[in-house]
Design a protein around this ligand. Sequence first.
Ligand code: 5GP
Length: 206
Amino acid sequence: MSREGVLVVISGFAGTGKGTVVKGLLDRYEQYALSVSMTTRQPRPGEVNGVSYFFVSKEEFEATIAADGLIEYARYVDNYYGTPKAYVEEQLKAGKDVILEIEIQGALQIKKIYPDAVLIFVMPPSAEELRSRLEGRGTETAEVIEKRMKRAAEEAGFIESYDHIVLNDVVDQCVEQTHAIIEAAHSAPSKQKELIERVRKGLQGK
Ligand code: 5GP
């Protein structure tokens, strides 16, 4: 019997390298499925519709909200971002650990709806390192970088809402630490109901 999937939220300030950590998990282990979000942001060079995001207009996004098609959504630096519901539910049922790479407001909504979800925050080694990674990426204007740094300062106030903090200094180590946390979540009593029930019945002589 396949085990029940764990819902995993991975957040971190823009430029922390959380995308690289998520890619490491997907490349190394078959148990993961990545949820592709919907956004009204413009695609960056190299981003593919349906792979990086579902890129939609504001009208389409609002229609999806109205149709109850999103588990959560948030506004982030002038755009909407949200998690389509159907894929997450399907993959969890199929026993996959589903990863949501989302920002903090979305993470808090997820914790309310799925109390068993594991919330992981990826930290940069320092604020200076964060800025230089963001600038080094070369995909955003100076104005957008400033907005994202300002947003990081606001988000920093909510880090304690997460279940785990992982440091992304050496990527490989960060991937393995994150994987170990998710594996440990499979031993929560809520994920072991069948085993508990079976042994209990045996003990009661049933
Ligand atoms: P970016 O524009 O850099 O791709 O993403 C901006 C922020 O939005 C990141 O923190 C990213 O994790 C977050 N984000 C991406 N998809 C979603 C989503 O579906 N819901 C929420 N709440 N945030 C998202």
